[in-house]
Ligand binder design. Structure first.
Ligand code: AMP
Ligand code: ZN
Length: 460
């Protein structure tokens, strides 16, 4: 497999620490609210990478963390713990908030066919491991105490900034102004342990009094605990490159005196109108909201798979409509193949398998792999085409083997029949009839949206 490594800024052949096994860590959610579809793009990337690894015959040990303490409102350790803020707003305890959103996250990811990594590790269940990590850093002279916590001294780690290529740290690091915390030795020093004010509900005993872990130390600690000192792949979104992952590298390598992660892989943003989909910009959608609008989790999965993970993906409802139409066409074509008793030319199948494998193994080029699937489906329907596409679906994860299950929808047949008549009218360029039928559909409480080669119906 060839993968793009953020650390070397190159595509490289994946060479694993242990023969035949991939060990991989993925930054997981901070469970203070429901994950949005931008977050889901990141976990879909993790999932397809996991699937591609297994597709290539590797054994896989994957770890994902659940951040249920310590992630402050700014990634650069300013502000309040996000769990604490959410607790204050809702009147619930941070523990209740964490439990609720962890469950919701696992449910939503399962609906998107995102396989659960072998180990899902909660930060609050690893406090002792983190404490001893921090104590070792302090013993080695990398950590120092201030009035509000223990900080990592980046001047002791000369290669700080190597992942992002960010050498002008003092100017560039967000939130790292000297006046914010005058006790820091260097503006980009970051908290590895935080002293807890009385009102901070999640707190533990430590050599520095009642306190809680910093967000970055959680990932370094849990990755090492389950995957060993040096492991193969670390994933996350591109927003984590300059601070969170830079800090993880500093902590882990300061502790180990050697490289901790061989391949860093980052997924680009899902955007809305040219800006990152994010909670703070108020431009997010959740899976439930998409379903209310008539899109299934697989429609969204298909939508994401159509863009390479290192390209920005603009979220639009037109895009979702096209994805929905394409996905249902894909299912229809497969249904026809599944029941066909013909056979395709052997070379057609062989070429497809090679093309698909090459695409996946060239830095996870799933859009190219999808293209190969569509080309294959241009052939007359046959059972071996069905089998070949199901084989590819072990990477795509689109539930294609369920193509002949009744598509679950609550649209009355009367509405569907009118929509079908309207589509025919459109094809005949009879715009007056088409408009009249659209009004009729609307009067029944549904709306119809046209895409290139079909339409979708949804409840208003
Ligand atoms: P957070 O809970 O904020 O730490 O985010 C969880 C994961 O989602 C991280 O890997 C982020 O990099 C990623 N992420 C957040 N917003 C987006 C977005 N708009 N597009 C893609 N990934 C995102
Ligand atoms: Zn992390």
């Amino acid at each position: 497999m060839i993968v793009y490594n953020t650390l070397t800024r190159k595509k490289q052949e994946l060479k694993t620490v242990n023969d035949g096994e991939v060990r991989m860590y993925s930054c997981g959610p901070t469970v203070y609210s429901q994950a949005h579809m931008g977050n889901m793009r990141a976990y879909l990337f993790m999932d397809t990478l996991r699937r591609a690894v297994k597709f290539n015959g590797y054994k896989l040990l994957g770890v994902m963390n659940i951040t249920d303490v310590g992630h402050l409102t700014s990634d650069a350790d300013e502000g309040e713990d996000k769990m604490q803020t959410a607790a204050k707003k809702t009147g619930k305890s941070p523990w209740e908030i964490a439990e609720h959103f962890t469950e919701l996250f696992l449910k939503d990811t399962a609906r998107l066919n995102i396989e659960r990594p072998e180990i899902v590790a909660k930060a609050t269940e690893h406090i002792d491991d983190m404490l001893s990590f921090v104590e070792t850093l302090v013993d080695k002279g990398y950590g120092y105490e201030t009035s509000d916590g223990v900080y990592f001294d980046i001047s002791r780690f000369p290669s700080y900034g190597k992942l992002s290529g960010n050498t002008k740290l003092d100017e560039n690091i967000a939130g790292a102004r000297v006046d914010v915390n005058s006790e820091k030795r260097n503006p980009a020093d970051f908290a590895i342990w935080k002293k807890a004010p009385k009102e901070h509900i999640m707190q533990w005993d430590s050599p520095w009094g009642r306190s809680y872990p910093g967000w970055h130390i959680e990932c370094s600690t849990m990755a090492r605990k389950y995957l060993g000192d040096t492991f193969d792949i670390h994933t996350g979104g591109v927003d984590h490159i300059p601070i969170h992952h830079e800090n993880e590298i500093a902590q882990s390598e300061a502790l180990l005196d050697k490289q901790a992660v061989n391949y860093w892989m980052h997924v680009e943003f899902m955007q809305v109108d040219g800006r990152k989909m994010s909670k703070s910009l108020g431009n997010t959608y959740t899976l439930d909201q998409l379903e209310e609008k008539g899109y299934s989790p697989m429609d969204f999965r298909y939508f994401c798979l159509n863009t390479h993970y290192r390209k920005k993906l603009n979220f639009t409802f037109e895009g979702m409509d096209s994805a929905k139409t394409a996905y249902s066409r894909l299912l229809a074509l497969l249904r026809a193949c599944k029941t066909a008793d013909t056979k395709a030319d052997e070379s057609v199948i062989e070429n497809f398998r090679k093309e698909f494998t090459d695409a996946i193994n060239d830095d996870l080029n799933i859009p190219l792999g999808m293209g190969a699937v569509w080309t294959l489906l241009k052939n007359p329907p046959s059972k071996d085409i069905y089998d070949a596409v199901i084989w590819a679906d072990s990477v795509l994860g689109l539930s294609l083997d369920k193509c002949d299950e009744e598509v679950k929808e609550d649209i009355p047949s009367e509405v569907k029949e009118i929509a079908e008549r309207r589509w025919q009218a459109r094809l005949a360029k009879d715009w007056a009839t088409s408009d009249a039928l659209r009004t009729e559909i609307a009067s029944l409480g549904y709306s119809v949206k046209d895409a290139k080669d079909g339409y979708t119906l949804s409840k208003n």
